[in-house]
Design a protein around this ligand. Structure first.
Ligand SMILES: [Zn+2]
Length: 471
């Protein structure tokens, strides 16, 4: 970060250490079919005051103030516990081969040219890195997410990633909860746990024991289901007296883990974050979720990243639902798949008192899906990005169909986007003192495209529109 921005950013961070995500104290009520997700209220109403849910009712009777008919299913905003947000501007990578494990593809020249070098060139420039994070967060929102992990990390332990403030919740960097402090969140997201120092391992364990760390999300066991190197990573989790086998830990991938491993994970209260599409595209197989579920492991679903995984949560839900329907018998019921994108990830992140369900006092993080089928779960599981009617984060409508956005934010400057041929509107609220957050989506896209063209590649789409990128 340029020096002239630093003092302003520090001021802002101390000023908004409680609520940077939503300060608009407006009150409104949305009418629609509410999926809490433990119950469905077919003609319900959800009232929002400021950043929180004021009430969830079975009817609009007795509701004061403005009521907006949404003709939508109203779900909790989706929670993405496994992503690499700044990579999602890159187009889909089709290596035309399957790999044994992640160490194999990361050594390939084709990976370096298509993904690693362009990503590095963008990450090395502060302003472009902020643009990349914004693009990735907007893409996540277009795909139905209101919370993510794996956004722009600070490069030097400082606050030079303050440009992440104000759009999605970044559960591992800045969640926007009252006790949130930039880069000091209680959710730890670790991509290479094997490289963690012994001191860091000890710190995590004592943090989980004391409650200073709420969750540790670690990549492990990523490779073919039969890959021995990936399978050995279970031993890493279990070493030092079951070091990482404890409540609060969740394994990302676990593709090479077996039924006995899942039994130990369940017994220790360890969760699983499943990313089937990326697994199947890279390795030709995915996690034994049947055994994981049978053992009692809590499972969340997440896209991983868009180069080999899904472009967002609703696309990953569609992929997982299609995979599930092809199993005999299916592993999951539809309601479980919805839980795996809402309440279960909230629980695994230690944030289920704030997000992941719709009830009085929870943060108003909402996803509205067009009501074009009768079954609520099916509407979400098989939604297209065009069906996203509205996304609300911390009580603020951020993105959605033009009719709802114009009605809810009549005085605000909204940017028009076209997603899958449907006109949508986006509201980016700039954060004072952080000029990177004032850019329009069009500006961000233009700057990123210009850099990517130096590498002979192009900016990814925000969302797939006809399912054509699904194999
Ligand atoms: Zn990952």
């Amino acid at each position: 970060m340029a020096v002239r921005h630093l003092s302003a950013a520090i001021l802002l961070i101390s000023f908004c250490s409680s609520r940077c995500i939503a300060q608009d104290e407006q009150r409104f009520t949305l009418k629609g079919t509410i999926v809490t997700p433990s119950q469905v209220l077919s003609d319900g109403a959800i009232s929002i005051l400021g950043s929180q849910i004021e009430g969830v009712r079975a009817t609009v009777a007795g509701v004061q103030g403005s009521i907006v008919e949404t003709d939508s299913f109203i779900f909790p905003g989706l929670i993405d516990l496994h992503d690499h947000i700044t990579w999602n501007l890159l187009p889909r990578w089709r290596p035309n081969q399957l790999f044994m494990n992640r160490y194999e593809w990361q050594q390939k020249a084709a990976y370096s040219i298509a993904l690693d070098q362009p990503h590095y060139s963008i990450s090395a420039d502060h302003e472009l890195a902020c643009d990349a994070d914004r693009f990735g967060e907007i893409k996540a929102i277009v795909g139905g997410a209101t919370s993510v992990v794996g956004g722009l990390a600070p490069t030097s332990g400082s606050n030079d990633n303050a440009c992440i403030l104000g759009l999605t919740r970044n559960l591992d960097i800045y969640a926007g909860f009252p006790d949130s402090v930039l880069n000091k969140e209680k959710v730890w997201y670790v991509i290479f746990p094997l490289e963690m120092s012994l001191a860091a391992t000890v710190a995590v364990r004592s943090g989980l024991d004391s409650g200073a760390v709420k969750a540790l999300l670690v990549h492990a066991g990523e490779g073919k289901p039969t890959d021995a190197a990936a399978a050995r990573e279970f031993a890493m989790l279990a070493k030092n007296g079951d070091g990482f086998l404890r409540p609060g830990v969740s394994v990302i991938h676990g593709v090479a883990f077996n039924a006995a491993d899942f039994k130990r994970m369940a017994k220790a209260g360890v969760g699983l974050i499943w990313s089937p599409r990326s697994n199947i595209e890279l390795y030709g197989g995915t996690t034994d979720v049947l055994s994981a579920k049978a053992s009692g492991v809590k499972i969340a679903l997440a896209p991983d990243w868009s180069p080999t995984g899904s472009d967002g949560m609703i696309e990953e839900l569609k992929y997982a639902s299609t995979w599930n329907a092809a199993q005999y018998p299916p592993v999951f019921e539809n309601g479980e798949l919805v839980n795996m994108a809402t309440i279960f990830p909230a629980q695994l992140a230690g944030a289920d008192k704030q997000i992941g369900s719709l009830a009085k006092g929870m943060y108003a993080d909402l996803l509205l899906i067009r009501r074009n089928v009768t079954d609520a779960n099916r509407a979400l599981l098989y939604a297209s990005p065009a069906d996203v009617r509205l996304v609300v984060i911390g009580g603020v409508p951020i993105y959605g169909d033009a009719d709802l956005m114009d009605r809810l934010l009549p005085q605000r400057e909204l940017e028009r986007l076209t997603v899958c041929g449907v006109s949508k509107k986006l509201y980016i609220k700039p954060q004072p003192g952080i000029p990177e957050t004032a850019k329009t989506f069009k500006q961000i896209s233009g700057e990123l495209q210009s850099k990517l063209s130096e590498w002979g590649t192009s900016l990814a789409e925000l969302a797939p529109c006809d399912g054509s990128n699904l194999k």
